[in-house]
Design a protein around this ligand. Structure first.
Ligand code: NAP
Length: 489
């Protein structure tokens, strides 16, 4: 650990082995996969490339830990989660450095994500003590009807690279609070944040086997082992809709419960009675947080025709101030996208749109800062014939369309198989309720460009998945109801 590629106050947070049954574990095969810093192209780690055998051991370890963990008092589980939160916040700067190195994000954005992650461990530390059952008035005088809530069992969690810290926290903490052990497979590009969280979980006192991290370069056999297992009772997945659909198919034979947080194609609507300056501010947040690689990021801007010129000129002026560069440039806000494939996708979407008549007002291609940097891009004259309207952009590219009336824009906003987030700006209270109810999305922001919070339910409808994370509802995913009927009274 002496020659780390980055400086850490606590070098022991930098791990390249997996964490199984309370032990730091290399692959049985000895294989490792490379983790690259997308800002520099430098290989920053070679991480254990686990296979099916080690994944089965992780599942067995979790199963072995289940009986004790579910029997641990809610107060003790809450205490573990609280200590984990304390460790995360105490090591905030190092965790942000690790995250910044593996996704190339600015330190400020990285710190924001650590705080967001800690808000989940803290929230579920509190919720662990609030898993209430029920009594039901019995129709029979000699019987009592009781409903218990019990942990579902071993949980498999699969997380994406775009939020390598907070997605781990958002999935593991409600499972652990409910009494479920976890086997987590982080994204191949970003295993280091998950492994650092395991170090802190160990320090927080979670018993061995309760948290297991399985790192791998090829997700398919590992995910298959998790989905085929009779022991795993729930798969919680955040990632693309395509992989989510595959997992649903694979989970069908064992009838596992699934929680799927999938892709989005969020509309952002500015009505004729909306506040243009506030909408520009909201648009910056909804589009450029985490370099546009955000499932709730705004994909399609619909601006009322009467406000289009004002909005576009304000948005363009704000975008022009965004400095693009690596995390080492402290003033840079826009870092690299995750890899070459992401650059290729953005290039394809922009070129398809311009080929069909769209106009590029700003940016439009790779930025001189490096091959994975895409310049903040603003495109107008966009229409439905273009792929950029239908595909999740997942990068710093904003597309503008204009509209004339509410019915048309709500219809356009809903014309997508996705239904994760939607945003709109209006000062008309009746319209606010009407449109919020008509938009097909799991989350609706009115006059805001950012709405995620640990205390609010996060999740989508349609092909954005099902299940909710965070909030008082998030823990329910990990609980089963048991009806107990007591007779002979
Ligand atoms: P992805 O390709 O679906 O990968 C997500 C996770 O699934 C990674 O751990 C990945 O492992 C694994 N995976 C990939 N192919 C798999 C397969 N065939 N079987 C089983 N597992 C597989 O998605 P991504 O590109 O990393 O993430 C971006 C997507 O996530 C976007 O669509 C975004 O909208 C969505 N997302 C949704 C939310 C939400 O809460 N709704 C939040 C964040 C992101 P490898 O890394 O090893 O490939």
């Amino acid at each position: 650990m002496s020659d780390l590629p980055i400086n850490l106050d606590d070098p022991s947070l930098w791990r390249s082995d997996s964490y199984v049954d309370g032990s730091w574990t290399p692959a049985d095969s000895g294989l490792r996969f490379k983790v690259e810093d997308p800002a520099t192209g430098r290989i920053i780690a070679e991480v254990a490339d686990l296979g099916v055998g080690e994944t089965r051991r992780a599942i067995s370890a979790a199963a072995g830990a289940f009986e004790n963990w579910r029997a641990t008092s809610a107060q003790d589980r809450a205490n573990c989660l609280r200590r984990w939160t304390d460790e995360i916040l105490r090591n905030r700067e190092d965790l942000a450095r690790i995250l910044s190195a593996e996704v190339g994000r600015s330190m400020q954005e990285a710190r924001n994500e650590i705080d967001y992650g800690a808000s989940f461990t803290q929230w579920f530390a509190e919720e662990a003590r609030r898993v209430y059952g029920d009594t039901i008035p019995s129709p029979l005088p000699d019987r009592r009807f009781i409903v218990l809530k019990e942990p579902i069992g071993v949980v498999a969690a699969i997380t994406p690279w775009n939020a390598p810290h907070s997605m781990v926290a958002r999935k593991c903490s409600p499972a652990l609070a409910a009494g479920c052990p976890v086997v987590l497979k982080p994204a191949e590009q970003t295993p280091l944040s998950a492994l650092a969280l395991a170090v802190l979980a160990e320090r927080a006192g979670f018993p061995k086997g309760v948290i297991n991290i399985v790192t791998c370069g090829d997700p398919v056999p590992i995910a298959r082992t998790l989905t085929d297992s009779e022991i795993v009772r729930l798969v919680t997945f955040t990632g693309s809709s395509e992989v989510g659909r595959n997992l649903a198919r694979e989970c069908a034979p064992t009838l596992k419960r699934l929680s799927l947080e999938l892709g989005g194609n969020a509309p952002f609507i500015l009505f004729e009675d909306g506040d243009v300056e506030a909408a520009v501010e909201g648009a910056m947040q909804a589009k450029f947080r985490v370099i546009g690689q955000n499932c709730v990021g705004a994909n399609r801007f619909y601006i009322h025709e009467s406000l289009k010129d004002r909005f576009v000129s304000g948005f363009k002026a704000r975008m022009a101030l965004l400095r693009t560069g690596p995390p080492t440039d402290e003033n840079a806000i826009v870092g690299p996208v995750i890899d070459d494939a992401a650059v290729a996708k953005l290039t394809r979407l922009v070129s398809d749109a311009t080929g069909k008549g769209a106009r590029v007002l700003l940016g439009g291609g790779v930025h001189p800062a490096g091959k994975c940097f895409f310049a903040p891009t603003l495109i107008t004259e966009v229409d439905n014939s273009m792929a950029i309207v239908h595909e999740e952009i997942f990068g710093p590219v904003a597309t503008i369309q204009s509209f004339a009336n509410e019915d048309d824009v709500v219809r356009a906003a809903n014309t997508t198989p996705y239904g994760l987030a939607a945003y709109f700006y209006t000062k008309d209270l009746r319209r606010a309720w009407r449109v919020a109810e008509r938009l097909e999305a799991g989350m609706v922001g009115i006059n805001v460009g950012m709405m995620s919070s640990a205390v609010a339910p996060f999740g989508g409808v349609k092909q954005s998945g099902y299940g909710r994370e965070g909030s008082k509802y998030g823990i329910e995913e990990f609980l089963e109801l048991k009806y107990v009927c007591m007779g002979g009274l």
